[in-house]
Design a protein around this ligand. Structure first.
Ligand code: ADP
Ligand code: MG
Length: 806
């Protein structure tokens, strides 16, 4: 396990001091009780010391240190637990030494890259710009892929467009003089089967001096076609000396015939130099990386150091496919390490939130408003309401995620929670992601409340007149309002609440852990308000576990009675007539139609023109003033007026850019036409189609695909075939990745995982999560393992707002 290390490395130094300390500490386990020792007065203090000592020893033993050192440490740890009280002075001294060593161990990974041979301050700065600021950064930046150079390909068989590794004899070396760059080199190489030209556009590593006719070489690189020859530009090359003996694979040195990691270059760093650097870092430091995931929980029991070595410098007999797919045991080990720390952080957060003082809101004999609702709650709604009222009654803040597919009726659940808070004399805030949706919420809440509700409610959005906004703010601060509805601008310091007890955040994957942490400070007298998050379902489980991993979850898995799933169909370019027929049929039944256009930032102008043009064409074809157009460029009040006209049934067709994506509730709208459906994400499309068929009549959705190929058709077909939002979300996440899935402006709320891929690593995430939550349950606050706690804070402290935690 111990590798050759230059004596200057911190590892070598640390290891040196560890060795000498172990020598000195040896007497401790062997001495046993001294013959005539006096009983130590403070027995508990010394037993605490012993426990400390064994803990510190174990923490160090977690490092990949030489087996002999490890055994000595373990023996020490074991004996420290049983050793007599008289040894507490020795223990104390030992702990001090161990602490010093542990501090060195932590530094090892945080060390600047200048400790590596050949890295000066300038180079280190360059690497820093790429996010590679320390040895640890380098070790945990995984290769983008691998090249299998174990098999040499005969030159006749190398393929254009693919990387190849081959062996051959140099026939001719030609210097090329051209242009400013000072010329290059062309080298003809042959084997028995064929030939290839190696090409350098500039000289590197004195290559022209080392190559001449008759030399045997081994080279690797991407094969390209140039006129009638196959070429490899800037190959990696090994010069093996003069030809003589027959060709044989075994003349090629082992270090060339390997699985070679490929790193992503850029910003002045070549893939090759990254490979060399990483190899150096691995050589010197992989042994001292602390691992927190218990290797016993991984089938092969890989230590973290071994996993790092396998990933960056795979063994010759490794399985290439699983490495390339990032599915090797070594990858899994590293990914588990990352996810485990993240989930530990979330578990700590959750534990801490659960203990924070909150406002106990007791519903007097059930939520009073329920009886007044225009409909009976579904079973799922009733269950969730019960979960929430129980949470609200507790003296700690609720932190709950309310999940449920589009149209399952989350708003009414929020409303009932607001009523509980109001009845107890406290305020609530309901936040929507957009102004339009905030206004929509206000409207549907008014409907729910009916005439005789005494809930005092107001909206606070940017589009309202100034005077009105000022009045609302004043009323809020004076406690004259029970509920304010707006966007998350409600959370600005300038908005004062008399007593905010409940924050409901709707459609909120735009809201991260940090924003929720900011919310916790807005309650009265330092009491944290209850928080309920209603998701823009569906969110794949993996995302939910990372974004909302610190929340309890309630699910509404039932729709209000009488709803039939929306029927979806795919249409293609040139089927405009058929689509128009469907629109006409729908209008003839006195129902309404949405036509949705994508609006992509890059091509906003064109998209907008398309939407406008389509509205005009439709108005013409339908021969009446029944068509309206809304898009994000319109002033909020204009947009709102158009929505209102559509809501009242004055306009029959609403052409919209995707602003109707979430939340809009028009029961009489039964047909939706989605133009350029190939440009939307699956989850987005599923959300969209949830906007029709919200009344008693069935909804239809026509996805119009205008190019995008096989792939996008397959995606759309998947959507037509299933109505299960969670399955669709998983598929979408797989296809587009988490960043795209959440949309660019929401990307920042995701903890950025360096190794794990939420689309692919769902199983590992579940394992890491179970282990982490169990760990925190057994050891609250991780009090028994300060090193682990410190590691969690270092990795995730800022990003998941852990620093606010106890
Ligand atoms: P979402 O979960 O998508 O936010 P909403 O809360 O907007 O769903 O509810 C969708 C529609 O269903 C609304 O018109 C709402 O009034 C209605 N609704 C909700 N719950 C019920 C119920 N139990 N019975 C009948 N209609 C309901
Ligand atoms: Mg809703």
């Amino acid at each position: 396990m111990l590798r050759r290390t230059p004596s200057s490395s911190p590892y070598a130094r640390g290891l040196g001091s560890l060795r000498s300390w172990l020598e000195a500490a040896k007497p401790l386990p062997n001495h046993g009780p001294q013959p005539n020792h006096e009983p130590v007065p403070n027995e508990t203090a010394s037993s605490a010391l012993r426990a400390e000592l064994s803990l510190r020893c174990r923490a160090l033993a977690g490092l990949c240190i030489p087996p002999a050192c490890r055994e000595a440490l373990e023996a020490l740890a074991a004996s420290a637990e049983t050793v007599d009280a008289a040894w507490s002075p020795v223990c104390e001294e030992s702990i001090a030494t161990l602490d010093a060593l542990a501090a060195v161990a932590d530094d090892w990974l945080a060390t600047s890259l200048t400790v590596l041979r050949g890295i000066g301050p300038k180079r280190a700065e360059q690497l820093g710009r790429r996010g590679l600021g320390s040895v640890g950064d380098l070790l945990f930046s995984l290769p983008a892929g691998y090249e299998d150079r174990r098999r040499l390909t005969p030159l006749a068989e190398i393929e254009v467009g693919r990387p190849a590794t081959f062996f051959g004899v140099v026939r001719e070396v030609r210097r090329i003089h051209s242009g400013k760059r000072g010329g290059g080199l062309e080298v003809d190489v042959e084997d028995e089967s064929g030939k290839v030209v190696l090409r350098w556009f500039r000289f590197a590593d004195g290559i022209e001096e080392r190559l001449e006719a008759g030399m045997r070489v081994c080279a690797s690189g991407e094969v390209r076609r140039y006129r009638f020859t196959k070429q490899v530009a800037h190959p990696e090359i090994e010069v093996l000396g003069r030809a003589g003996a027959e060709f044989a694979e075994n003349v090629v040195p082992e270090q060339f015939r390997r699985i070679v990691p490929r790193y992503k270059g850029g910003l002045g760093l070549s893939p090759l130099s990254l490979r060399r650097l990483t190899a150096l870092a691995i050589e010197e430091f992989s042994d001292v990386v602390p691992g927190y995931w218990n290797p016993g929980d991984t089938p092969s029991g890989l230590e973290i150091g071994a996993a790092l070595r396998e990933v960056h410098a795979p063994a010759i007999d490794s399985d290439f496919e699983s490495l390339a797919g990032r599915e090797s045991e070594a990858h899994a080990r590293l990914i588990l390490e990352e996810l485990y720390l993240l989930e530990l952080g979330l578990a700590l957060r959750k534990e801490n939130e659960a203990q924070r003082p909150g406002i106990s809101l007791r519903a007097t004999a059930g939520p009073p408003a329920a009886a007044e609702l225009p409909f009976a709650l579904t079973g799922a709604q009733a269950r969730v309401v019960a979960e929430i009222t129980a949470d609200l009654a507790a003296p700690h803040p609720m932190n709950r995620l309310l999940q449920g597919d589009v149209g399952c009726g989350k708003t009414v659940v929020a409303y009932l929670a607001v009523c509980v808070a109001a009845a107890a004399g406290h305020q609530s805030a309901l936040m929507a992601p957009t102004e339009l949706l905030a206004e929509q919420h206000l409207r549907s809440l008014r409907q729910l409340m009916g005439e005789n509700s005494n809930l005092r409610m107001a909206g606070l959005t940017a589009s309202r007149p100034r005077a009105e906004a000022t009045a609302v703010r004043r009323a809020l601060a004076a406690g004259e309002l029970d509920l304010v509805v707006g966007t998350h601008a409600l959370l600005q310091e300038s908005v004062r609440f008399a007593s905010l007890a409940l924050a409901v955040i709707d459609e909120q994957h735009r809201f991260g852990v940090q924003q929720r942490a900011a919310l916790a400070k807005r309650g009265p007298q330092g009491l944290a308000p209850h928080v309920m998050v209603m998701t823009a379902t569906p969110i794949p489980r993996t995302l939910a576990l990372t974004l909302y991993g610190d929340l309890d979850v309630s699910v509404i898995d039932e729709r209000p009675p009488g709803r039939t799933p929306v029927r979806s169909e795919i249409f293609r370019e040139g089927e405009g007539e058929a689509i128009l027929d469907r629109v006409k049929q729908t209008l003839a039944r006195d129902e309404q139609v949405f036509v949705v256009y994508p609006l992509i930032e890059k091509s906003e102008k064109v998209d907008l023109r398309n939407a406008t043009e389509s509205a005009r064409r439709l108005a013409h074809a339908l021969d009446g003033p029944q068509v309206d157009l809304i898009h994000g460029r319109l002033e909020a009040s204009v947009r709102q007026a158009a929505m209102d006209r559509f809501g009242r049934g004055e306009t029959r067709v609403l052409v919209a850019t995707s602003v109707v994506e979430v939340g809009v509730d028009i029961p009489n709208a039964t047909l939706m036409v989605v133009e350029h459906a190939e440009r939307f994400g699956l989850a987005q499309l599923h959300q969209l189609r949830g906007r029709v068929g919200r009344g008693q009549r069935p909804g239809h959705c026509l996805f119009v695909s205008r190019g995008g190929g096989e792939d996008s058709e397959a995606r759309l077909r998947a959507l037509v075939e299933t109505d299960d939002g969670f399955r669709i979300a998983d598929a979408d996440l797989r296809i587009r990745g988490p960043g795209e899935f959440l949309g660019t402006q929401q990307h920042g709320v995701l903890p950025d995982l360096r190794l794990a891929d939420l689309a692919r690593d769902a199983r590992l995430l579940t394992r890491a999560r179970d282990a982490a939550f169990e760990r925190v349950r057994l050891d609250p606050g991780l009090a028994g393992d300060p090193a682990l706690r410190r590691a969690v804070e270092e990795h995730w402290g800022d990003r998941i707002a852990l620093k606010d935690v106890g």
